[in-house]
Write a protein that binds this ligand. Structure first.
Ligand SMILES: Cc1ncc(COP(=O)(O)O)c(C=O)c1O
Length: 457
């Protein structure tokens, strides 16, 4: 019988996170203070983040020990399973060997608790009692609500208004774990009130919600801010995924020729890919593919530039691929991929040719998601379905060229709270949004006055 699941014992939960900053061929450029244009220091970040996380953000140690209290919470769902997708391979009629790492087994249903738990732990350690954050479709908010519950912290979530209205069950989930959830823009912050005055009917955006959550934390001593993606320390916390996958692939007697993951801010992609990028830097040949939506094509069409992380320009300037901080992506169903930027570490790897990117229209993505659900059983989150689609395409291309690659992708979450998107697909109401070049050019005018990163040849 062909083996399907590759499982590890609890004792194999990684003891250290992998910090790719130690190994990057080209170090990322500094994050800048928007007022002075100078690199920011720990003191600039201290009102928002605990010192331990600020230290991790700038650390160049290759490995950072995971405190036992965090590993203890990870035991609730880690190690996560790695599957060989025999049935998908059969359905595709491909000679490629396809494996996936499934992060949907966490209580919140995605990879996001891997960092939420770590962040809540360090906030608690430092003596703060409350965390503020933003959430789009609710995956991140529910992960942080869970983590705050486990470490007895208060949690305030600014949820993008359109999702707040359309996804009541994610909201209920956050409330079950004790979080306070408000639609963003809200009346609770200056940033929210200003936007409501100008645009009372706005559906909100991740950039706006970040402005609110940052302001909340910056104006209260008891509160830290927490971000679910993009930052170096967040990506590092996710590397438990790739470290486990390395051991599981070894169990399977295989090593990937291609690694794929979807990219919103970049955390699940980095989580799986970075431990393999370490192997690539050491000389192994691996093709590493980032999958994004055509409606928000940050890596494939956005320039590498300095930009704000949020709409109201409250955050520092981050060197990254970006579509401009006031770009509001079309209302596609992969809410977690609707962000104007991508993590600096991934942006740098794309710039250096270590990682490549592709963008797909959502109707094709859902066709692959349904094919996956009908063969493997798991109903994927629309975000994760982008990785599935990337793999389906790569397998077809390999068959055409007579190659038989081993492929590994990250199935970052299940889609049980996204069935309205599947409904829209089945009833033919799902639309593709090709993004006109003029709209990108318009949005990028907002970053014209900002400092420019040095582009190395
Ligand atoms: C299941 C799932 N996958 C992927 C993402 C995209 O985020 P990131 O790129 O940080 O992994 C999200 C974001 O909410 C998500 O919920």
């Amino acid at each position: 019988m062909a083996k399907t699941k590759f499982l590890l014992p609890e004792s194999a939960i990684p003891e250290r996170w992998y910090n790719i900053q130690a190994d990057l061929p080209n170090a990322p450029q500094p994050i800048l203070h928007p007022g002075t244009g100078e690199p920011i220091g720990p003191d600039d970040l201290a009102p928002l983040f605990p010192m331990e996380l600020i230290g991790q953000e700038v650390s160049h140690d290759a490995e950072i020990a995971i405190p036992e209290a965090i590993r203890d919470v990870y035991r609730l769902w880690r190690p996560t399973p790695l599957y060989r997708a025999h049935r998908l391979e059969q359905a595709l009629g491909t000679k490629a060997r396809i494996f996936y790492k499934y992060e949907g087994v966490s209580p919140a249903g995605s990879h996001k608790p891997n960092t939420a738990v770590a962040q809540a732990y360090y906030v608690k350690q430092e003596g703060r009692t409350r965390i503020s954050t933003e959430t789009g479709a609710g995956q991140w908010g529910s992960a942080l609500a869970l983590a705050c519950r486990l470490f007895e912290l208060e949690c305030k979530v600014y949820m993008v208004k359109v999702s707040y209205e359309q996804k009541p069950y994610r909201r209920s989930m956050m409330q079950t774990w004790g979080a306070e959830v408000v639609p963003s823009p809200s009346e609770d912050t200056q940033a929210g009130r200003a936007i409501l005055e100008e645009l009372p009917d706005t559906p909100g955006s991740l950039g706006i919600a970040i402005s609110e959550a940052v302001e909340d934390a910056a104006t209260r001593e008891d509160t830290a801010y927490s971000l679910g993606s993009v930052l170096n320390h967040v990506l590092m916390h996710q590397t438990v995924i790739g470290q486990e996958a390395l051991a599981q692939m070894e169990q399977a007697g295989a090593f990937p020729d291609l690694i794929a993951g979807c990219v919103g801010g970049g955390s699940n992609f980095a989580g799986l890919a970075f431990p393999f990028v370490r192997e690539k830097i050491a000389g192994r040949e691996i093709d590493i593919l980032a999958c994004e939506p055509e409606a928000c094509p940050t890596l494939t069409r956005g320039p590498f530039a300095y930009d704000f992380g949020d709409t109201s320009q409250l955050t520092p300037l981050v060197p990254m691929h970006t579509l401009g901080h006031d770009f509001v992506p079309a209302g596609i169903h992969a809410g977690g991929l609707r962000y104007h930027g991508v993590a600096p570490l991934i942006s740098q790897l794309v710039l250096d040719g270590m990682v490549r990117a592709e963008a797909y229209p959502q109707t094709e993505v859902f066709a692959s998601a349904v094919q996956f659900a009908r063969s493997e059983g798991i109903i994927p989150a629309p975000e994760a379905a982008h990785a599935i689609h990337g793999v389906v395409r790569a397998a077809a291309a390999a068959d055409e060229e007579g190659r038989e690659p081993t492929i590994l992708f990250n199935l970052s979450g299940h889609g049980h709270f996204d069935l309205s998107a599947y409904d829209a697909y089945f009833s033919g109401k799902l639309e593709d949004f090709a993004l006109p070049e003029e709209e990108i050019e318009r949005a990028l005018q907002a970053i014209e006055p900002l400092p420019k990163p040095a582009i190395r040849a």
